[in-house]
Design a protein around this ligand. Sequence first.
Ligand SMILES: NC(=O)C1=CN([C@@H]2O[C@H](COP(=O)(O)OP(=O)(O)OC[C@H]3O[C@@H](n4cnc5c(N)ncnc54)[C@H](OP(=O)(O)O)[C@@H]3O)[C@@H](O)[C@H]2O)C=CC1
Ligand SMILES: CC(C)(CO)C(=O)C(=O)O
Length: 274
Amino acid sequence: MLAETGLVVHSPTGNYEGHPPLLSSGRPGGTFDVAIIASKAYGLPEAFEQLRPYLHSRSVILPFLNGMKHMEQIEAAYPGQPLLGGVARIEATLGEDGSIRHLSPHHLFTYGKFRNFSEDEYEAVRAFLSSISLFVEKPDIERDLWEKYAFINVLSGLTTLFQAPVGDIREAPGGMDTFRRVYTETVNVILRAGGTLSDDYIEKQLLIVGKLSAQSTTSMLRDLQLGLPTESAHIQGYLVELAHRHDCEVPLLEVIHQRLAIYEKTRSGLTQEP
Ligand SMILES: NC(=O)C1=CN([C@@H]2O[C@H](COP(=O)(O)OP(=O)(O)OC[C@H]3O[C@@H](n4cnc5c(N)ncnc54)[C@H](OP(=O)(O)O)[C@@H]3O)[C@@H](O)[C@H]2O)C=CC1
Ligand SMILES: CC(C)(CO)C(=O)C(=O)O
């Protein structure tokens, strides 16, 4: 589709149309110095194999997935490969015509050193990425990854559990308290698992939740309502796995995870050939 229509972006910050060079997996193309991975988490195993022939031993990997588990998966798939952390803060979706629809003016992509860099290698990639105005370097990208993970875990978990936008959950009896309890469980797991979060993280997040527009939802709820696969195993499933590994009690996270696991099981039953 991209080859036919080109890359079309509709955005409140300005539209774009262009025909970037395209390379389909399996076609000759040489190797690349930087590879950005931005598939959904469930597409990673296939993406890893398709990308492999285009990497040299010092190609830099820059993932922009939500969550944290993919960082372990990338390290396992490409041991020793220089790995950046990347966090995307944007609200975007694919239109039926294949165009990208940027839904709100806000957008920020942060990156930073994660594993397996020499000083010179990191300096070279930093100099390259700093020429792209969308990208902002973060000295502590690991904390940024954990903070976005906690945020998306709570927001996608509660919007899918209740199948409702933020405003309806917030205004239901005890709604803000539910946000606080799910944030508290999430933060406990992350800290016990060795993750870092900024001081007063929960209070700051509750202020953000209070200010979100009442209609705010998440891409996971949109996927669930359309009967599409979700990243729940990668987001909620991995957090519950970390909770069990580190002896944390997480009753609400378990219920959210179960609700999403039931959805995924029902969905895969419906999509299987008879
Ligand atoms: N959408 C958003 O607003 C935000 C998303 N994120 C995170 O970003 C990640 C991507 O999400 P999103 O962009 O919404 O997902 P989409 O499904 O919209 O886009 C993923 C893209 O990856 C492509 N892709 C999948 N597998 C491969 C492969 N093996 N080789 C090459 N390309 C591949 C898909 O191509 P094709 O269509 O041909 O399959 C598709 O264009 C997720 O982890 C999500 O949580 C983070 C912040 C905001
Ligand atoms: C930030 C947010 C909630 C924007 O849609 C998101 O990342 C998602 O829905 O996946």
